[in-house]
Ligand binder design. Structure first.
Ligand SMILES: *Cc1c(COP(=O)(O)O)cnc(C)c1O
Length: 361
């Protein structure tokens, strides 16, 4: 028997046990065919069914309108940092960006290769520990780019409605909170997410795009980077990451089975409130993140005394709590509460925190 662990990794991260079970059976014998999922052609009906189901589950779970296209692409969310402006922005045009952390800073850097970037708000000055309030998007902007959840600093826009009313297309990096809460996904013209946090395994990026915003730039776009070619080819312009798409399909099936986005949101809310309540109640732990911007996916907190910090990490390790150490750029602790993490794991770590606080009091 493997040891009992609680997996709080930030990404790649926990997936449902039953997904691993089914995926491992499919490596040896996919759907009773005697073939491995890893050795079937992507143009076979066997795989076509996987791709079709994955796409239709995304449409169903996100309740997408008919003009939204679903793609499973290579290259990670980081490729979307440049693929988005390449497809949407001319050299002489402006794109508006919110600057709320490491990932949005990277997105801004890449967009500058393709046109003018106007940073409409930033929380860089306080180390990205809050989300900036108030911004003005130039009327001429081709789109507004936001990062819905800032994985490294543990901030998350709780009210996205101001972004829905700017009059320009809305683009969102949702890598670390996609399908974790109910949103009106049709308010977004382009959504992208590396699958490895809430949707599946590493190796594939989910893109949802409003096809009406495409085809408006002058530049020549390489075949593999033009969204329209992927749409025209049913997300199979070349060999897709077959196994990674299959894992997404299984994870999306699981999400549908547990009741979809609204059901998982309730559990995610419970997990986040239990953890934040524990942090707030115990003087030894602190979170520096502004209360109204606290992320329900990545909870960042600290202990001021470096010796105690080290001791807490060692205690976590001993008790099978994995992935509690904060990102190398922000330190402290980060506990990720993605969809597949059960409430029991949060109960386990909060109990451990209470014990630790009592012993150190
Ligand atoms: C993890 C992450 C990325 C990077 O994803 P890759 O798939 O590794 O390129 C980008 N944005 C956010 C918000 C992330 O959490």
């Amino acid at each position: 028997m493997p040891p009992v662990v609680h997996n709080f990794n930030a990404g790649p991260s926990i997936l449902p046990k039953e997904v691993f079970q089914e995926a491992s059976e499919s490596i040896l014998n996919f759907n009773g065919t005697g073939l491995s999922i890893l050795e079937i052609g992507h143009r076979t009906s066997l795989f076509q069914e996987v791709m079709d189901e994955a796409i239709s589950l995304v449409k169903e779970l996100m309740q997408l309108d008919a003009d939204r296209e679903v793609l499973f692409l290579h290259g990670g969310a980081s490729t979307q940092f440049f693929q988005v402006p390449m497809n949407l922005l001319n050299d002489n045009e402006i794109a508006a960006y919110t600057d709320t952390g490491v990932w949005s800073t990277k997105a801004i850097k890449e967009a500058k290769h393709y046109g003018h970037v106007e940073v409409v708000c930033s929380s860089k000055d306080d180390g990205f520990l809050h989300l900036p309030k108030g911004f003005t998007v130039p009327k001429t902007a081709k789109y507004l780019h936001i990062t819905t959840n800032n994985t490294i600093y543990g901030t998350q826009w709780q009210d996205l409605s101001p972004f829905y009313k700017t009059g320009v297309p809305l683009v969102a990096d949702m890598s670390s909170d996609i399908l974790s809460r109910s949103l009106d996904f049709n308010q977004f013209d382009l959504i992208y997410a590396g699958a490895q946090k809430n949707v599946g395994a590493a190796g594939v990026t989910l893109v949802v795009v409003n096809k009406n915003i495409l085809g408006k730039v002058d530049r020549a776009i390489p075949t593999m980077l033009d969204y329209r070619n992927h749409i025209a080819n049913g997300s199979m312009l070349n060999t897709p990451p077959v196994f990674a798409v299959y894992l997404c399909m299984l994870t999306l099936r699981w999400l549908k089975k547990v009741g979809g986005v609204t059901a998982i949101e309730k559990i995610n809310d419970q997990k986040a409130s239990l953890l934040y309540q524990t942090i707030d109640a115990l003087p030894v732990f602190k979170t520096r993140v502004a209360r109204e911007d606290r992320s329900k996916m990545n909870v960042c907190f600290v202990i001021d005394d470096p010796n105690l910090e080290k001791e807490f990490l060692e205690t976590c390790k001993r008790e099978g709590m994995v992935g509690v150490k904060g990102h190398r750029s922000s330190g402290g602790f980060r506990v990720s509460l993605y969809n597949a993490l059960p409430l029991q794991s949060v109960e386990a770590i909060t109990n451990l925190m209470k014990d630790f606080a009592q012993k150190k009091a």
